[in-house]
Design a protein around this ligand. Structure first.
Ligand code: CTP
Ligand code: CA
Length: 225
């Protein structure tokens, strides 16, 4: 049995983690995507597995290897990510760290769109479903602890708090992306719960993952929370 540094364990718990960007096709050779290396989500998946959880990692396209003890499901689009995340349920824990593209092209061209003398094409976009809000909706399949991320360049706490209530999740990891974050190994986060907000010092993504996994293990060790 594997446990955290002070013996906290997630043995017997199932965690679903989303990570990386999504890729929304425009035609067979082009697409819309978000900036995300996937490093933070992969580190969280690894930290949960190291504490004994069964981990399903639903991942958009990244250059990362599957962490030890983790089952990865590869997806591209937000719709695929939503289907794979839902298919992975039931779960006790959901950590949705993926940088999901907010929009997709409403009609994907079957063949490559050619440059034309009339100028560039106009892309018509439609909104993708909110995977986090859907998962956090009360019901028999809702994981008991649903954690989202909020990547913000300004007003981190206010934006994180409004996402917490709007999406109905339990915790938000607020992510300050005004500095160098994408692809970097360090991260500055604010953990927002219904009880308050806690600023963490600048840590490596591995350290953020380890702290978050400890918090998750504490949560399940204290059924009164
Ligand atoms: N998220 C999701 N599905 C979406 C969009 C976002 O599951 N279609 C999740 C992300 O994985 C993250 C959280 O919602 O955990 C917040 O994502 P973010 O992009 O910060 O929030 P949005 O509601 O999309 O708001 P905006 O991009 O306008 O700030
Ligand atoms: Ca978004």
């Amino acid at each position: 049995l594997l446990a955290g540094s002070d013996g906290r364990s997630l043995a017997g718990r199932h965690a679903v983690v989303t990570a990386g960007p999504t890729f929304e096709p425009i035609d067979p050779v082009r697409g819309l995507t978000n900036r995300s290396s996937g490093k933070q989500g992969y580190a969280i998946a690894a930290a949960l597995a190291a504490r004994g959880a069964v981990v399903t990692l639903v991942s958009g396209p990244t250059a990362l290897a599957v962490p030890v003890g983790v089952t990865r499901v590869d997806v591209e689009s937000a719709l695929d990510m939503q289907a794979a995340t839902t298919a992975a349920l039931p779960a006790d824990i959901a950590v949705l760290s993926a940088a999901v593209a907010d929009w997709r092209v409403d009609t994907v061209a079957g063949g490559k769109i050619k440059k034309a003398p009339g100028g560039p094409p106009t892309l018509s976009l439609i909104e993708n479903p909110d995977i986090l809000a859907g998962l956090a909706t009360p019901g028999p399949m809702r994981p008991s602890l649903v954690i989202g991320f909020a990547a913000e360049t300004t007003d981190l706490e206010a934006n994180a708090r409004s996402k917490l209530s709007r999406k109905g999740c339990d915790w938000i990891v607020g992510n300050d992306v005004s500095g160098p974050v994408f692809g970097a190994d360090g991260n500055t986060v604010l953990l927002v719960t219904r009880d308050g907000a806690e600023a963490w010092p600048r840590l490596t993504k591995t350290e953020v993952a380890s702290r978050l996994a400890d918090r998750i293990a504490d949560h399940f060790a204290e059924p009164t929370e």
